[in-house]
Write a protein that binds this ligand. Structure first.
Ligand SMILES: [Zn+2]
Length: 169
């Protein structure tokens, strides 16, 4: 049982612009550990601070192929590759009537370069492609109050929202 509560689509905390972290406190490290546990428990591959109601810029994510876990503080996507690709996305904050994430196809850049501060305070940078690039874009979007459904056409978005409205709070 997690002590953190998942915030769901419709909660305004998911629409807030998050504030940069200026010091890595034990509270942030503990919260990130708890978020990793939550992410794994719900078979997710990423979780951003606003999803548990914290409006500071940090996230956790996992690359499914090698199960490498990243704890990113103040992540920034500094470069986007020229090619885009379509992938199916879901979100632990966007659930349907069956209490499971609702999925939809989203077009995004296929490759990104991301910079962040890790849990030890070190500056890190990585070029990511494929699923890792997808996850990091989805999660950093959360820190700017953006959800994957924002990229959908009005018709597609309504199809998703119809399912979301069946989710009982
Ligand atoms: Zn999400």
């Amino acid at each position: 049982m997690s002590k953190l509560e998942m915030k769901l689509c419709g909660d305004l905390v998911l629409r807030r612009q998050c504030t940069p972290v200026d010091a890595i406190t034990p509270d942030i490290l503990d919260t990130m550990d708890e978020m990793v546990r939550m992410m794994r428990a719900q078979n997710g591959v990423g979780l951003a601070a606003p999803q548990i109601g914290d409006t500071r810029r940090f996230l956790v994510m996992m690359t499914p192929d090698d199960e490498m876990v990243y704890r990113m503080i103040n992540p920034r996507i500094v470069e986007y590759g020229p090619k885009t690709c379509v992938m199916e996305e879901g979100c632990l904050s966007v659930l349907g009537g069956d209490d499971l994430p609702v999925f939809a196809n989203v077009t995004r850049p296929e490759m990104v370069t991301v910079e962040w501060t890790d849990e030890s305070g070190a500056s890190r940078a990585a070029q990511m492609s494929g699923l890792a690039a997808r996850i990091v874009q989805h999660e950093t979007d959360h820190l700017d109050g953006k959800l994957f459904i924002d990229y959908l056409s009005p018709v597609r978005r309504e199809m998703v929202m119809r399912k979301v409205r069946k989710h009982k709070a």
